[in-house]
Design a protein around this ligand. Sequence first.
Ligand code: PRP
Length: 209
Amino acid sequence: MLNIALPKGRLGEKVYNMFEKAGYECPSIKETNRKLIFENEEKGIRFFWVKPSDVSIYVERGAADIGVAGKDILLEYKPNIYELLDLNIGKCNMCVAAKKEFRDENIKVLKVATKFTEIASDYYSKIGRDIDIIKLNGSIELAPILGLSDVIVDIVETGTTLKENDLEVKTKIVPISARLISNKASFKFKGEEIEKIRNAMKEQVLYND
Ligand code: PRP
C-alpha cells in the first residue's frame, strides 16, 4: 500500500481530481465528508485527508509515502523530504503588504505581522532589514490597520482580502503552488510506484496547461 496525504479543503479536491484522472481513483472519497481514510486495494493506494499545513509532517516522518503540500509550507517548515513535481495548482504569491500610504523609510525596526515567520525572517535577512516579527495565526490583514504592525507577510491569491481592507502589495517575495512531495526512505524502497505516480501526475499537469 502506498499512503498518500491529501490537503483537506478546496485545494485537496482539485488534487484528488488530478489523482483520479491520472488513474488513481478512489470513488468512496466523494461519498462522505467526515471519513478521513480511503483505500483502493486494487491500485494499492490509500488516501487520507490531512490539515494542509500538516501534510509535510506526515510525509517527513513516513506516515505518508507521498503527499501534496503548498510551497509556502515547504519554505516555512523546511521538511526533510523530496519535492517531486510542481502541480501548477493552488497558485498564489507570498507578499509583503501594507497600507497604501505606508513607505518604509528604513529608519526604525520594521514591525512585520505574519503566520510565516521563517519566510519573513529569511526574506528580510536577505535584504538586510532589521525586523520585529509578530506571529499571528489568522486575519493577518488586521495588524497594519490597527497599528499592530507596519507590514504583513502573507499569501495573496486574488487580492480581494487586501483590497477590501485598503491594503496593497508592496513586494512579491515568492510564487507559491502545490507540490507533490515524497518521504525519502519511501522514494528509495517504493521508488518504482512513486515514479509511476509522478509521471502520471505530470501528464495531468501538462494537460491542465
Ligand atoms: C489567505 C491569506 C489571505 C487570503 C488571501 O487566508 O491569509 O487572508 O487567503 O486570498 P485573496 O488574495 O484571494 O483574498 P486563508 O483563507 O487561508 O485564511 P487565514 O485567515 O487562516 O490565513
